[in-house]
Design a protein around this ligand. Structure first.
Ligand code: FAD
Length: 384
């Protein structure tokens, strides 16, 4: 029956989904777990399985929040994410190793940097970072050489696959739908909400309507923002890809029991070629960092810079030689800063004032995005 009441002229629009999330990496999965209990939620992923992008090509370090500028999203979300991940690990049996991290200076200049870093950490609320006496470092990490060192007790390693599985299960239990092998190819803003054009791996096209869209597309998040109509270049939101390699050392004559980091690159292109111990106890070094000329998601390996890598490691772990290093894996960072530019913060924003109400962009979610993911999901909730 037609309604003649004036109010009925403004009909509430119905959508296929309340929350549509693009990208099943750690950030999209954490968001799906957050939103599924509140409304119809769909997570769309172009690959056959979750976590095939940046989220499975990283160091798996749960960072404490030491390096990032006070007040930045990176600092706030890292500190909160660190707390949440350790809690989730305790409560849900997610693989987590509370190793702690030594940050080592190899000369006086780097020691001055550590002094600054300790103060920066304190401003971020990370007050448990402490100086380490030489005897302690020698006892804990006998093979590491340092002029001075800081220790961060709340840095650890998480099994990123088990963390992502946890978020996926939580989302599924709350009724979320997942569309794998499905690539978002177009986004049209409607009078209210959005229509998304999706192409699946059989070449079939579908369209779904959504009240809100959350762009968690990692390396391609700038392309998704452009599909929605934003001029990403003019807004300074186009991504630059920076690749990095990880290495193992064959027949290693040393032992590492904690995370060991050098002082970072001056413009924070990376945190330096560090040593991490994975959840199974294996030591890996990396990642290196270099900008790619072409955006190609290619994780293949080249040995070009082996001697520079060996030199970087042997500054704090003497005796690592080029012929001992072997290729392990690589990762690609989605950077908002171009080569030579200072590091930028995460871009996480609801775009109402750019004509896209209910559209949230997450762009430039590089490190510490794995650590920050659960806190990012809560922030998106606040934005919406
Ligand atoms: C070398 C390296 C080391 C790092 N080390 C650490 C670390 O130790 N600690 C830490 O906290 N962080 C670290 N990070 C950062 C962390 O890994 C990332 O911030 C995090 O994984 C980003 O997750 P994401 O979900 O945003 O992206 P992704 O995992 O890439 O997920 C995005 C997903 O979107 C999908 N997608 C893209 N376009 C479309 C489309 N059109 N349609 C459908 N699906 C689409 C992709 O297939 C992908 O699965 C590191 C990163 C790198 C590269």
């Amino acid at each position: 029956m037609d309604c003649l009441d004036e109010k009925c002229y403004i009909r509430p629009m119905t959508y296929d989904y309340d929350y549509t999330i693009i990208g099943a990496g750690v950030v999209g999965l954490a968001a799906a777990a957050e939103f599924a209990p509140r409304g119809l939620t769909l997570l769309i992923e172009k690959e056959w399985k979750f976590g095939q992008g940046i989220s499975s090509h990283n160091s798996e370090v749960v960072h404490a929040g030491i390096y990032y500028p006070p007040g930045s999203l990176k600092a706030r979300l890292c500190v909160e994410g660190n707390r949440i991940i350790r809690e989730l690990a305790r409560e849900h049996g997610i693989g987590y190793a509370p190793l702690g991290k030594y940050i080592v200076a190899t000369n006086e200049q780097e020691t001055a940097y550590l002094t600054w870093l300790k103060g920066n950490a304190a401003q971020n609320g990370v007050t448990d970072v402490r100086w380490v006496e030489p005897d302690e470092l020698h006892e804990q990490e006998p093979d590491v050489r340092a002029h001075s060192a800081l220790f961060s007790p709340t840095s650890g390693i998480v099994d990123s696959h088990s963390l992502m599985s946890h978020f996926k299960t939580q989302a599924e239990l709350a009724g979320a739908d997942f569309a794998f092998n499905s690539r978002v190819e177009g986004i049209n803003k409607q009078t209210s909400g959005y229509t998304l054009a999706i192409l699946d791996s059989n070449g079939e096209k579908t369209a779904i309507t959504a009240r809100t869209v959350i762009n968690c597309a990692g390396l391609y998040s700038d392309e998704i923002a452009a599909m929605a109509g934003l001029d990403v270049r003019a807004l300074g939101l186009d991504l630059h890809w920076a690749k990095g390699y990880y290495y193992t050392v064959e027949g290693a004559k040393f032992r590492i029991r904690h995370l060991v980091y050098p002082v970072p690159d001056p413009n924070m292109k990376s945190l330096g070629v560090h040593a991490t111990v994975d959840i199974a106890g294996g030591v890996r070094f990396g990642p290196t960092a270099f900008y790619l000329d072409r955006r190609e998601e290619d994780y293949s390996f080249s040995d070009e810079n082996l001697s520079a890598v060996a030199e970087a490691i042997s500054r704090y772990l003497p005796g690592v030689a080029v012929d001992g290093l072997s290729a392990m894996m690589s990762g690609i960072r989605p950077k908002l800063s171009a080569s030579g530019e200072p590091a930028r913060d995460f871009y996480i924003r609801e775009e109402s004032d750019r004509g896209l109400p209910g559209f949230v962009n997450l762009i430039g979610i590089e490190s510490p995005g794995l650590t920050a993911a659960p806190a990012i999901a809560k922030m998106i909730d606040q934005l919406l």
